[in-house]
Design a protein around this ligand. Structure first.
Ligand code: SF4
Length: 333
């Protein structure tokens, strides 16, 4: 319990309007993991408690973060996200943690999703009318983050690295929507006051958010900017609507083809020169790279991370070679 209510950990984006309407405080455990003082120690803790060496570091980190933060209730996205979450929830339940599943339906079926959302709201004793009211409050903040995204790609006033962090925060509004809005407004005022940044190459970033803390810094140098962060933007529910509509339009849980359609559209709209596809070691989403490359029509560099560390020399060289290739491609017209 914090001063605002009981904390509920979430393993991925879920309808947080229901949690806020119920007086709970959602905390995205991914953010708790990656912003902890020593994320690598959280991964080590999971490994020492028996998580196999081939487990994705995000899953290990989620486990470590739940224990570190003393979270007693966890909503786990067991459909439309990661199969490893199911095992994670089982292990957490062994520790006496209350685990609540939330599942996005296969095939993006709005009727099934609505039934899932209704059940979720019922579990927290909340009617959907009250939850929709809460959504209006949160949507105001989301619209302000969409404005930041436009400052990034239409007005060239920001770096992708700074905007993606603010987008990531919208999965839980850092547990306090009012203070998150203040943070967003402060950053917006500062970014609006800037002159446009010199931009030579416009890149997109797709795939799960990176576990490597300085990856955006390593990419965004010498006029190269990341002007589209696919998954982070999806967390801000860019397509609006009611709760049912928004979480049906949200692409992340619905497979690579739903995501690739959105990515291809943004590649054209934002005039993107190339895509960095970030994949996590031991993650099934690495296989989706095959479909992604077919669908989007611009060069793709696939980078794989494992532990929460910094960019390696090999990774830095691969980024530089990719950027050189894009420069030559641009010169050839
Ligand atoms: S990176 Fe892949 S394997 Fe790891 S938690 Fe995310 S979806 Fe699961």
């Amino acid at each position: 319990m914090n001063e605002h209510g009981e904390i509920v950990g979430i393993t991925s984006t879920v309808p947080v309007e229901i949690l806020y309407a119920a007086g709970r405080v959602p905390i995205d455990i991914n953010n708790a993991f990656i912003t902890s003082k020593d994320p690598a120690a959280l991964v080590r803790r999971a490994k020492m408690e028996g998580f196999p060496d081939t487990t994705c570091s995000w899953i290990c980190g989620l486990y470590g973060a739940v224990l570190e933060r003393g979270i007693r209730t966890v909503v786990g996205v067991t459909g439309g996200d990661c199969a490893e979450t199911i095992a994670l929830m089982e292990v957490l339940s062994l520790r006496g943690i209350d685990v609540i599943p939330f599942s996005y339906p296969h095939g993006r079926d709005p009727v099934s999703l609505r039934a899932e959302i209704d059940g979720f709201a019922e579990r927290f004793g909340i009617g959907m009318e009250r939850a929709e009211e809460e959504k209006k409050r949160l949507d105001h903040i989301r619209r302000r983050i969409h404005h930041l995204d436009r400052l990034l790609w239409e007005e060239d006033k920001a770096l992708g690295g700074e905007i993606q962090l603010l987008q990531l925060g919208s999965s839980d509004f850092e547990g306090n929507p009012d203070s998150y809005l203040v943070k967003i407004e402060d950053r917006t005022a500062e970014i609006e006051s800037r002159k446009p940044l010199e931009t030579v190459l416009r890149l997109g970033f797709t795939g799960v958010p990176p576990i490597i803390s300085d990856l955006y810094d390593a990419i965004e140098r010498d006029g190269v900017r990341v002007i589209f962060s696919e998954v982070q933007r999806q967390f801000t529910l860019p397509f609006g609507g009611t709760i049912g509509e928004s979480y049906t339009r949200y692409t992340y849980p619905y497979g690579i083809f739903a995501r690739a359609e959105d990515i291809a559209l943004e590649v054209r709209r934002r005039r993107i020169d190339g895509i960095i596809h970030y994949v996590q070691a031991f993650c099934f989403r690495g296989i989706e790279d095959i479909a992604l490359r077919r669908e989007i029509g611009v060069p793709v560099l696939t980078l794989q991370g494992d532990l929460p560390t910094q960019v390696t020399e090999t990774m830095r060289l691969r980024i530089e070679a990719f950027i050189d290739m894009l420069h030559r491609r641009r010169e050839r017209g």
